[in-house]
Ligand binder design. Sequence first.
Ligand SMILES: C[S@@+](CC[C@H](N)C(=O)[O-])C[C@H]1O[C@@H](n2cnc3c(N)ncnc32)[C@H](O)[C@@H]1O
Length: 346
Amino acid sequence: MYHAAAYFSEVSPTPFRQSLMADALKVYKALADATRLRLVRLLGRGGLSVNEIIEVLQMGQSRISRHLKILAEAGLVKSRREGTWSYYQADQESEDPLLAEVLALLQRHEQELPGAEADLQALEGVVERRKARTRRFFDSIRDPREFPQHQSLDGAFYRQAVLALLPQECGVTLDLGTGVGLLLPALQERATRVIAVDSSTAMLDLARQTAGLQGGRCEFRLGDLEHLPVADGEVDTAVACMVLHHLSDPSKALAEAHRALREGGELVIVDLHQHQDESLRQSMADLWLGFRPDEVKGWLRKLGFELAEARIVSGTDPLKLITFRGRKSWRRTPAAKPAKAKRTIR
Ligand SMILES: C[S@@+](CC[C@H](N)C(=O)[O-])C[C@H]1O[C@@H](n2cnc3c(N)ncnc32)[C@H](O)[C@@H]1O
C-alpha cells in the first residue's frame, strides 16, 4: 500500500543553488581564462562530478576547484549535491538575461574554444564509461531471482504506483528500461502492443521469459534510452519505472520518450525521491541518488509535456517515490485531433 504524500509545489527546494543576479564584470572576468572557458563548454553538456572533470581536463583537484568557485560566484555554473558527491553544470536555465546570453553564445561557438575536439572526446569517454558500468552490472544478472530490488523498497510498491497512473487502455506502450520485465504481464493486459527497450542483452533475455505466453504482444529492442530505437510518434504511452536514476543524462532519455510518443500520448514516470543512501551506487549501480521533483518537472515542462500529476509517494519503505503523469502537447488545434486521441486523462 502506498499513499501520495504531497504535491511538489508544497515541497521542493530548487534543484540547483540559485545564482545571484549576475554581476557583468564578474561574468566577463570569470570567462577571461582558457581553462574556465573549457569548463563552461564541458559543463554545458551536462552535470559532471569533480573527479570526472579532473579526468577530462587532466588537471589537479585544487586547480579545478578554484576555477569552479570563480565560475559559480559569477553565476555561470551551479552545483548539485548528491550524497557525498557534488555535480557541476553550466546554468543554461538561468533567468538572468546576461548569463543566458553569454552561455548561449559560448554554446554556439564551442568548437572555436581552446581544446574543443580533445575535451569533447574525453567527455564522451567519461559518459561511455558510466554507461558501460551500468551495462556490466545488469548483464551479470543471469536469473530473475538475482534481480536486485532496492532492499529498502518493495518492487510491488512501485509497480503498483505505475499501474495506478496508467490509462486502462494504453495502446502501443513503450517500457523504458524493462529490466527482467516485471511490468510486462500487467502492461500486456492494457496495451495493444508493448515495446520493451533495454541496453542489457541479459535483461532482455530474462524479460522474454517474464512476458511468458502472452509475449507475442511484446517486442524486445536492444538500445540506449538516450538514443531510443523507436520511430517518431510510434507509441501511445511510455513508462519509465525506476530507470531514470541509472541514466547518465535522464533529460535526454525524456526527450527521446517525447519524440517516440504521438501527440497527446502519455508518459508515466516512477522513480526515487532524492535520498542520501550512497550504498545504492554500488549495490544497485545507481547513478543518481533519486531526484528532486522540481528537477524532473522542469525537464518535462521544457520538453512540452502537460503535467497531469506529480506527487511524492511514501509507504512503509524508507525510500520515497516521485511519480509523474504527463501528456505530450498537441501542436494542432483540438478539432484536428484523431478520434483515438479523445481518451481523457484520468
Ligand atoms: C532497475 S531496472 C528497472 C526495471 C523495470 N523498469 C522495473 O521497474 O522493474 C533498470 C533497467 O534499466 C536498464 N538501463 C540502464 N541504463 C540504460 C540505458 N542507458 N538504456 C537502456 N536501458 C538502460 C538496465 O539494464 C536495467 O534493466
